[in-house]
Design a protein around this ligand. Structure first.
Ligand SMILES: Cc1cc2nc3c(=O)[nH]c(=O)nc-3n(C[C@H](O)[C@H](O)[C@H](O)COP(=O)(O)OP(=O)(O)OC[C@H]3O[C@@H](n4cnc5c(N)ncnc54)[C@H](O)[C@@H]3O)c2cc1C
Length: 428
């Protein structure tokens, strides 16, 4: 998912790498790749419910968009998905590992160690010479002849740098870690898509749920999945989507919807009996900034994550607008036959009451970035070649290097960054 929502500068520089990574079932064109390792497919069998969502958007004057990664991002449609298509693995998830790593497993110059936890970067002064890790009970070291590339994601990468003595002096001192290199931006600048969910129960059972009513359909779909990877089992859950402008005068969407064919409560931790649907709305370019630090100097302890969601009132105001727009869509006639009871926000209508719900329930939609920000200023962690500033032989390549959060989903952009980094590493 995602291209036209990127800052224009990145589109220019990133586009060749997006195209190189993408293997779109629709084939390649000026904005898409058709042959890349990251397979992008049409959904196998989207539910009628999701098509009704797109119709409901139309009833709210939101135009149809069949390619959010085309020339226009605004509009409503069904997402394409990162799944294998037309092959033996039709309908299976094409993760970065499945698309890139698994086909390379036989290379003689590749060793993959699984079940390993990196506990620190081995340093000789300010040069990275290896990585320390724990696998099982023992600790081991992998030596690096040329570079260490940290790819722990927006939480794991700053944590590993901090554990290795690279970061803000105050944070390191608080945990008794000697400063190897003071880099005040490590862990700062955390940005994430703040998201709010509305949900309805449904008397229809042609969706994902828990109950006997949907069982015959589910068994049919399971048989289909075993046969050719098709049917509802291949659903991405978030089948429908939309990119909206909170104000027609702005030049690009600032809100995104994910429409799900199931009841989503507390990230799926709370299960509901029965059937229903949910819709997420998120703020695409939040102003709030959080941070990642250490909860302890123990490398196995989880990092301290403070997203500081809603610390900037502009995010709260925009999310409230988004919730109202989303509700208008979910209450449109096209979805009438699917709606039964509103789950969380029934009867809640004033701004103050909706805002209280937002403050109580809004949460991440899993797109953290920015904690090892790329740049050339004092707070930047990596330079434009993704090398850790002030260090040698050390790069970060993952979502943490994004200076600002992009206005869409973050998986494909992270892979684009990795494609570009591969060229930079080879050229070094
Ligand atoms: C539930 C969920 C749903 C998502 N859905 C979508 C979606 O539909 N579309 C989309 O575009 N994006 C989606 N994303 C976001 C997308 O997955 C991320 O943007 C992307 O994976 C970021 O890639 P990354 O390489 O930066 O980090 P990651 O993919 O998180 O990779 C970092 C890896 O490093 C490992 N690691 C961290 N620290 C250590 C350590 N010390 N030692 C060893 N290993 C370590 C982690 O376990 C992880 O495997 C979703 C994310 C989540 C969590």
């Amino acid at each position: 998912m995602g291209r036209s929502w990127l800052p224009r500068l990145v589109v220019g520089r990133g586009l060749p790498y997006f195209r190189r990574s993408e293997g779109n079932q629709r084939g390649g064109d000026a904005l898409h790749g058709g042959e890349g390792p990251l397979r992008v497919a049409e959904q196998q069998e989207p539910r009628a419910l999701s098509r009704a969502f797109v119709e409901a958007c139309g009833e709210n004057q939101i135009r149809r968009n069949d390619d959010f990664n085309g020339t226009e991002q605004e509009g409503a449609g069904l997402y394409q998905v990162t799944q294998f298509w037309g092959e033996r693995r039709n309908g299976e998830r094409c993760s970065a590992a499945a698309g890139y790593l698994h086909p390379a497993m036989d290379r003689p110059n590749l060793t993959v160690i699984t079940g390993a936890h990196a506990t620190g970067i081995v340093l000789a002064g300010k040069r990275a010479t290896g990585v320390r890790y724990r696998a099982g009970k023992g600790e081991a070291i992998v030596k690096a002849r040329r570079e260490v590339i940290v790819c722990g994601g927006a939480f794991g990468s700053p944590q590993l740098l901090l554990l290795s003595g690279i970061g803000p002096a105050v944070e390191l001192a608080a945990h008794g870690i000697p400063v190897v290199h003071e880099l005040p931006g490590v862990g700062k600048n955390l940005q994430d898509h703040l998201d709010f969910i509305m949900g309805w129960t449904s008397k229809d059972a042609d969706m994902m749920g828990i109950g006997l009513r949907g069982l015959p359909g589910l068994l049919r779909h399971l048989r289909r999945w075993r046969k050719d990877g098709g049917g509802m089992i291949a659903t991405p859950y978030a089948e429908g989507g939309a990119f909206l402008k909170s104000n027609p005068a702005i030049d690009r969407p600032d809100l995104q919807l994910h429409f799900c064919i199931a009841i989503v409560d507390d990230h799926g931790r709370k299960l509901h009996m029965g059937y229903g649907f949910s819709c997420h709305v998120c703020v695409l370019r939040p102003h709030s900034r959080g941070e990642v630090g250490l909860s302890a100097p123990d490398p196995l302890a989880p990092p301290r994550i403070d997203p500081r969601f809603l610390s900037d009132e502009r995010d709260a105001d925009l999310l409230l607008k988004g919730v109202r727009m989303m509700r208008g869509i979910l209450e449109a006639p096209a979805l009438a036959k699917y709606r039964d009871k509103e789950i969380y926000t029934a009867g809640v209508s004033s701004d103050a009451d909706l805002m209280a719900h937002i403050r109580a329930r809004a949460d991440t939609v899993y797109h953290p970035v920015g904690t090892c920000r790329m740049g050339v200023d004092d707070m930047a962690v990596v330079d434009p070649q993704l090398r850790v500033r002030g260090m040698q032989g050390l790069r970060v390549v993952d979502a943490s290097v994004m200076p600002t959060l992009i206005g869409g989903n973050t998986n494909a952009p992270t892979i684009m960054i990795a494609e570009k980094a591969a060229d930079m590493i080879k050229a070094a």
